[in-house]
Ligand binder design. Structure first.
Ligand code: BES
Ligand code: MN
Ligand code: ZN
Length: 495
């Protein structure tokens, strides 16, 4: 689907031409808009039990009499009177599954509840529809389209049009950011090497006015003294890249937010080699980096009043005659030494140097995003990302952004007691602790490099991609991060 959306007036639904009219219904009759154009059809369908008011149910009507639209589809959302972004997402996914089977190019969408359609619901609508129609083509150009909708008209009351228009704008920008993140993360390791990832960042900056990019090579990284990052990169023939993205939307003196994305384009585990089963999924180990690119795309489109820096340490984690060995001790950019007990705990090694590098920007806050631990998948499964932060305000803001964006996270602990696990007799710290609490000790490791700014860590190991038949990148947490940034820009402006 391209970027076209239009607003329509709700009192005009019957006469509007469209390939399909999609009516989203609340699950309770009392919550429905009185006197709607479709009320007669709906009453009859409900009386005959052709449609049941349960979440996700749909009813398709062909050439509905009295409507200019060629088709009518009812879909039942949640039972709350207001339509939450998550309910809109669920309803539209159910509708998209039906629409996919029909040649529908123009879709007229209307909310059948009595409550106003708000900006958040409009945002969720356009975002979900675009996500439902996404197909990966980079190495499979023959892939069939996942939907035919090209134009979305959203009907709402005239009084709500300004809010809905803003929601659509956000939804389009988020969709574009999420699509970029998915496209990047889905690319296999041989089609997205660190060099090609840097190329993607350059291309993004070239396409989007207001973005700048700079890429540091191995020599520059050596000169800086990023010994932990180098220790991971040195097992591979592919040259490492340290990508720095910049967006300036506020005066220079305004402290920037900094996003740090883990950019392991393939994680074999290194000398601590991973088992063969599902190792292919470690091409997604640059999901954090992909989300940073996605956020920059969305931000460049929305142009909020804030300054933003993106840092992506990118390399492969491979075994070789030059690879780091278990027991090797390396010196990080911060000067702290690390005993590499397990070369598969490489994410924290590349991130710690990027966190230290972030200090030079005197950041308002630093958020790192990483497919960091299998333990986080065990703890939270695939619905919520793990959020770690010693800063209650920052944590609350990110959690709220996750809820508002239907891209939720869950806060995890960072008590000092967990730090014991990282003690080493040969260096300032070890890079792994015991299996138990593995997501937390990974975060505790990063915390040692984040003492000089407000910091949060998002472990997206369970949320960045799906396995099985639906294998593919999700684009998370682009929506959470973008929402949080927009919120920061608004509260900045209020001061
Ligand atoms: N990229 C992996 C984490 C991962 C594993 C994400 C499986 C999603 C699914 C990370 O680099 C890693 O290998 N972590 C190790 C850490 C361990 C050695 C302490 C892990 O989780 O097993
Ligand atoms: Mn690993
Ligand atoms: Zn990894």
């Amino acid at each position: 689907m391209d970027a076209r959306t239009l607003l329509a007036a709700v009192d005009d639904v019957k006469g509007r031409a469209a390939d399909a009219l999609l009516v989203i219904l609340p699950a309770r009759r009392e919550a429905m808009a009185p006197g709607a154009d479709w009320a007669g059809l709906l009453d009859e369908a409900l009386d005959r039990a052709d449609l049941v008011l349960e979440k996700g149910r749909t009813l398709y009507l062909h050439r509905p009499a009295g409507f200019a639209a060629a088709r009518l589809l009812f879909v039942v959302a949640g039972d709350a009177a207001e339509l939450s972004p998550r309910d809109m997402e669920r309803a539209l996914n159910a509708a998209a599954a039906v629409l996919r089977t029909l040649p529908v190019k123009s879709l007229l969408l209307v909310w059948g509840g009595a409550q106003a359609l708000d900006a958040a619901a409009a945002e969720a609508a356009v975002r979900t529809l675009r996500a439902a129609q996404y197909v990966y083509r980079h190495t499979k150009p023959s892939a069939k389209p996942a939907g035919t909708v090209e134009r979305l008209q959203l009907a709402c009351r005239r009084a709500d049009q300004a809010a809905v228009r803003e929601g659509l704008r956000r939804g389009q920008a988020l969709a574009a950011g999420i699509e970029l993140a998915r496209d990047c993360a889905n690319r296999p390791g041989n089609h997205l090497t660190p060099t090609l990832l840097a190329e993607q960042a350059r291309q993004l900056a070239a396409e989007q006015p207001g973005l700048e990019v700079e890429v540091l090579d191995r020599k520059a990284v050596e000169k800086l003294g990023m010994g932990a990052f180098l220790a991971v990169a040195k097992g591979s023939e592919e040259p490492l890249q340290f990508i720095v993205l910049r967006y300036q939307g506020a005066p220079k003196k305004v402290a920037p937010q900094v996003l740090v994305g883990k950019g392991i384009t393939f994680d074999s585990g290194g000398i601590s080699l991973k088992p063969a089963a599902e190792m292919d999924e470690m091409k997604f180990d640059m999901g954090g980096a992909a989300s940073v690119l996605g956020v920059f795309r969305a931000v460049a489109q929305l142009r909020p009043r804030l300054n933003l820096i993106g840092l992506v340490p990118a390399c492969e984690n491979l075994p070789s005659g030059r690879a780091t060995k278990p027991g090797d001790v390396v010196t990080s950019l911060s000067g702290q030494t690390i005993e590499v007990l397990n070369t598969d705990a490489e994410g924290r090694l590349i991130l710690c140097d990027a966190l230290t590098y972030a200090e030079r920007f005197k950041p308002a806050a630093v958020i790192d995003i990483a497919t960091l631990t299998g333990a986080c998948v065990i703890a939270l499964g695939h619905h919520r990302s793990g959020l770690f932060s010693p800063d209650d305000g920052l944590a609350a803001g990110l959690l709220a952004a996750g809820e508002a964006a239907a891209d939720p996270a869950w806060r995890m602990p960072l008590d000092d007691d967990y730090d014991e696990a990282l003690k080493s007799n040969f260096a300032d710290m070890a890079n792994v602790g015991p299996r138990a609490g593995g997501a937390i000790t990974a975060a505790m490791f990063l915390k040692r490099y984040a003492a000089r700014f407000r910091w949060a860590h998002l472990d997206i190991a369970g949320t960045a991609w799906k396995s099985g038949a639906a294998k593919g990148a999700t684009g998370r947490p682009v929506a959470l991060l973008t929402h949080w940034l927009l919120q920061q820009a608004e509260s900045e402006g209020a001061n």
